[in-house]
Design a protein around this ligand. Sequence first.
Ligand code: NOJ
Ligand code: CA
Length: 669
Amino acid sequence: MRIRIITLMLACGLFASCTQNLTVSSPDGSIKLALGIEAGRLNYSVTVDSASVILPSPLGLVSDRAVLDRDFKVAAISHSTVSQTWTSPWGENKEHLDIHNELEAKFKNNDGVVLTVRARAFADGIGFRYEYEVPGPDSLRITDELTGFSLSCDGTSWSIPGNFNTYELEYRTLPISEVDNANTPFTFKTEAGLYGSIHEAALYDFPEMTVARDTSGKGVSFRAALAPWPDGIKARVSKKFHTPWRVVLITRDAPALVNSDLILNLNEPCAIEDVSWIKPQKYVGVWWGMHLGIEAWYDDGRHGANTANAIKYIDFAAKNGVEGVLFEGWNDGWATWGSGSVFDFTLPAPDFDFEKVVSYAHSKGVNYILHHETGGNIPNYENQLDSALNWAAAHGIHAIKTGYAGRITGGHQHHGQYMVRHYQKVIEEAAKRQIMIDAHEPIKATGIRRTWPNFMCREGARGMEWNAWSAGNKPEHQTILPYTRLLGGPMDYTPGIFDIMYRNIAGNPNLKAWNGPIATKCRCNTTLAKQVADWVVLYSPMQMASDLIENYEGHPAFQFFRDFNADCDWSRALAGEVGDYIVVARRAGDVYFLGAVTDEVARSIDQPLDFLPEGRTYVATIYADGPDASWETNPYSYEITTREVTSATVLPLRLATSGGTAIVFKPKD
Ligand code: NOJ
Ligand code: CA
């Protein structure tokens, strides 16, 4: 690791007038953030190449017990520079570059409140956070956040609505000025041609931030909107506290958003000493049958997680080099899901011989992935957390999928401070027992995986499940996710449905509708090759092949998943436009993978393979849409071809409507 931290200046004393120094620029000088004070109130603005991108926008928090937002004067200013590389045990990349300049600006007001605004400028955006020291009472109630994001011009945006309980909403493409409220990452392209995304980093012990349109602000303006407690208070903090980072990614093209490390760089280094047990992995599971409605989570005669089925899945995983198997419905309590949700996390279902299944899995070298659905009943889960995690650890289990599908007890919202604390508690308690977490219905990803790398992935957007019981995810969905939701971190989307139109369950006597239309009236709105490409495009260190295993048995395209490696070392988004398409390359060891997906528009892309090392020949196995493929009329059509390539090759990719291409590149010798 190379670290260079230089404190350049500690210039201004208490109450000195030194507003001229309240700026910080990216190392290349192109992005500049300037703080300002107007009548004791703080603001910030951002320029790129001297042109305004964010007009002066308010800063600060509001409390009912202290003055946190006004009467400020400059107390002290310092600047520093960081240039370092750091490594992570897993990720799209294992090596990261953190080069930024920092401004630490301390302000003090008449009430003795000290507010430090710590602002950092990177080549691909800015981040700042508030650090408060408040004299007087030990604790404070935050009633509002004033942070504004006043964009200097309009443009196009991609977002889901701001909602404090769910991220499982459809993405909207709207003029920025027509967005009433949005969850973050809130991604946009300005009329000036810049790409950006508003988000937050290192969200701990604070509610999530969404943005709400502020028509009284300058330009195209938004304000931070925090998820409240049931009594309306936004956050409960101590007298000395800091907020998560408020972030605006700013890049010159869409792939650069995806390639940014800024969110991770704003998080603290790893807090777990021994990370040897944290292992990216591929998995299959007893899962899709329940979503299709041909199996159930509890024993109504259609119980998916029965011992015989579990053994079948373990055998399949062992035979196909799939590292993990998830079993949903293994425990007691599913009959109460949605009506109290009183799950027992150490009591297996009567027809699920847990001891036998877990020891069989381990004897086959397969990881048992445990499932903790809470249904939103937090007291019930927290009461059992220690015993449940100890029990899992005692059985040699290192991965748990958690779930919060249901209303949170006590009137809390999924994304409020109470739940942010809860999710973090689970991560830290799991880490103590060497357990990785994959959280569904989670809090959004803000890069804390750098500090807590046992937080592998989460849901937090419409995943595959929606295709089983609704009109499904639109063809453009997978071309928006990488530029929005995935900017925060990996998603457990659970790709890879090969029986796209659910032909193989037609006439199944067990089939029942359970959460919307019956599955046979639904479908996946993609081609088969796009399902394969999603394994590369939708990065997750726990990557699932989510279909029923019988749909993979003997299917030539499943060879891609056998060859795929969830433990990648390096990644690069090579080309793309938000909501249209994306091409991504990844490397694991000396094998490269490429994934390309498109929206409802068929596309031809001539893709240079200059990411391959020079002077080496690779054998590329290409999983592509068939010439007659189309997601609507012919989604099953695909072809597998092989050819030799080098870094000088320009490979033509032909994507059908809502289609894709997936490629494995193995060194020839
Ligand atoms: C919702 C999750 O997203 C899904 O994966 C899971 O199967 C169900 N809840 C049940 O826990
Ligand atoms: Ca879900």
